[in-house]
Design a protein around this ligand. Structure first.
Ligand code: FAD
Length: 443
């Protein structure tokens, strides 16, 4: 709970998911217990009451802290003769050195029969829990904002059902639009991240619907979302092989490119005060709801790393904590792809004004999440600082007082960033690293 990437919304989502799970398990005399302590203290407490023979978990592809935690668990299990059984997750393979045959195996896993759970009615063990959640914590966890996607497996199924029966028909066409994509995207990500459903469940559900779909656009939507489920696992597989991506450039050559930190810029970005309406609206929307679409995530990171020219590491945890669907395997790889530190991907720089004009032309998203700009004319909503003083007074927003001036000159910043990052592409170490990365992750 104290990890730098964890936030209250993550814990609330998990807590509500467990409440529903316990309701389902009640008829089988089973329940999930929550021990509010570290894993070793939990195991010690249980081992005092019962001799633990097996410990079951899934294989977690987590951050460096969870990796270190797992090493402690392994040591404890060895010392106490406990057999730790870690199940494979979503076709991600532990201990591979390269990707030969990975795709084929992944599809085989996705199409393999679903495992059906079987429960006995055996009475539960009487377990004394010395580390229960405090009342204050329970109240805090229960206080779950309505604006977040509701937690629990039953909602995952509802999102899937509505996606295949109408919501998803224009999925691909409007995937980059910050407002429309909220409806048309799968919106299944938090349920995958916190384990309410597995990738295989989602894959088989949508694959089945795709076979029955008649309209061409619908068929295409289902094909495209299935591809993204594979991307999900592709990224986690990378992270499973090397979780140092959380803090080190994927391509070590980019460590040579210094990015002096500017606390003012970082704060402005975090607090939605950059003076670029789409950037600030996205940040406010994330704070309130925990979700924005892929393109807007990419733009937030691109703006941070390229236009503000900040080290990608200074932004990762802030977004991780805001994303209700935070998944380390995807998050750090995607962050670095957008920051241009992988070496092997095309470097994309998203100009927030162009993105705004292209994907929120009428400023509907901006006005929803930056109500201070509500009365700004549509023609000026993407660049409100271009309003004359009289226009500002009519719109009821004074730039520099009610809403900030842009913190940077976007054109100059773009040129400088391009020069720096593209200029570095041919550095000897970057090229050498590219070969290593391609051999490990792309074959
Ligand atoms: C900087 C950055 C950070 C990101 N961090 C996360 C994160 O922490 N957790 C997370 O789940 N996604 C992350 N993404 C990927 C993507 O934005 C989300 O998966 C997607 O927006 C989730 O919404 P959805 O379920 O409606 O997606 P849909 O478009 O409906 O896709 C269905 C599923 O496919 C997977 N998926 C979709 N796009 C991608 C992608 N580009 N890469 C990998 N898997 C994908 C997700 O599991 C998603 O739930 C990040 C993207 C960027 C640019």
């Amino acid at each position: 709970m104290d990890y730098p990437d964890t936030s209250l919304r993550h814990l609330q989502f998990q807590y509500h998911s467990i409440i529903e799970l316990n309701k389902k398990l009640k008829i089988y005399n089973k329940e999930v217990n929550i021990f509010h302590t570290d894993i070793i203290s939990t195991l010690v407490a249980i081992n005092k009451q019962y001799d633990i023979i097996h410990l079951f978990s899934y294989q977690e592809s987590g951050i460096q802290l969870t990796y270190l935690r797992d090493k402690l668990v392994q040591k404890y299990c060895q010392e106490n003769k406990i057999n730790w059984i870690q199940s494979q997750r979503d076709g991600i393979v532990r201990g591979i050195k390269n990707r030969t045959g990975w795709d084929k195996n992944w599809y085989t896993t996705m199409h393999s029969p679903m495992i059906e759970n079987e429960y006995t009615l055996q009475a539960p063990l009487q377990l004394d829990n010395p580390y229960p959640l405090s009342e204050v914590m329970i109240v805090t966890f229960l206080n779950y904002p309505d604006a977040y996607q509701p937690a629990a497996e039953s909602y995952a199924i509802k999102y899937l059902q509505t996606f295949i029966s109408g919501r998803g028909q224009y999925y691909s066409k409007i995937i980059s639009k910050p407002t429309e994509s909220r409806i048309s995207c799968g919106r299944i990500s938090p349920y995958l991240s916190w384990g309410n459903v597995s990738i295989k469940q989602v894959y088989q559900y949508i694959y089945g619907a795709g076979k029955k779909a008649k309209a061409a656009n619908e068929k295409q939507s289902f094909v495209n979302i299935l591809t993204r489920l594979k991307w999900h696992c592709h990224f986690i597989q990378k992270f499973e092989v090397d979780c140092s991506y959380e803090t080190k450039c994927i391509n070590e050559g980019y460590e040579l490119l210094p990015h002096p930190l500017n606390a003012e810029y970082i704060q402005a970005w975090e607090n939605a005060n950059t003076g670029f309406p789409l950037v600030d609206a996205c940040m406010n929307c994330l704070k309130a709801t925990g979700w924005i679409n892929f393109r807007m995530r990419a733009m937030l990171v691109s703006f941070f790393c390229h236009h503000l020219y900040q080290d990608w590491r200074a932004g990762t945890y802030h977004l991780a904590k805001l994303f209700l669907d935070y998944e380390p395997g995807i998050h750090y790889s995607q962050f670095q792809m957008q920051a241009g530190t992988t070496g092997i991907n095309t470097i994309r720089m998203y100009n927030p004004i162009k993105q705004s004009m292209d994907h929120d032309p009428n400023g509907i998203f901006i006005k929803k999440w930056l109500p201070v700009l509500n009365n700004v004319p549509t023609t000026l909503i993407h660049e409100p600082y271009k309003m004359s003083l009289m226009e500002q007074e009519i719109a009821g927003v004074i730039i520099g007082k009610d809403y900030p001036f842009p913190i940077i000159d976007i054109t100059k910043a773009g040129v400088a960033a391009r020069k720096n990052i593209w200029g570095h592409k041919n550095h000897e170490l970057v090229r050498k690293e590219n070969k290593r990365i391609l051999a490990t992750h792309c074959r």
